[in-house]
Design a protein. Structure first.
Length: 95
């Protein structure tokens, strides 16, 4: 499980300019590191979470936003957010 510090670091990295992200017409998205060595495709939910994370949302806020936006239960949202953040940590691990 990620700590609030880890989540804060992810958000800071997304705001740092080292990762470029763009939302596509179908609401999915793409993230690319500025060195051009990595790319990550995101579905609509992933892009929603990345944008919330970049705006400074912490773990609990991400879960709350997911519950509200996609009408899923809190336990399901928490599990999905934690899994997604773990995958995102893997993407940014060497940046």
């Amino acid at each position: 499980m990620l700590s609030d510090v880890d989540v804060g670091r992810l958000g800071a990295l997304l705001r740092s300019g080292r990762i470029i992200r763009t939302r596509l017409a179908d609401q999915s998205g793409v993230m690319v590191d500025t060195a051009g060595t990595r790319m990550l495709s995101l579905n609509e939910t992933g892009m929603f979470l990345v944008e919330a994370l970049a705006s400074g949302a912490g773990l609990d806020a991400l879960v709350e936003r997911l519950v509200r936006e996609f009408r899923v239960s809190e336990p399901t949202a928490r599990q999905d957010v934690e899994r997604f953040l773990g995958e995102l940590m893997g993407f940014v691990s060497n940046l």
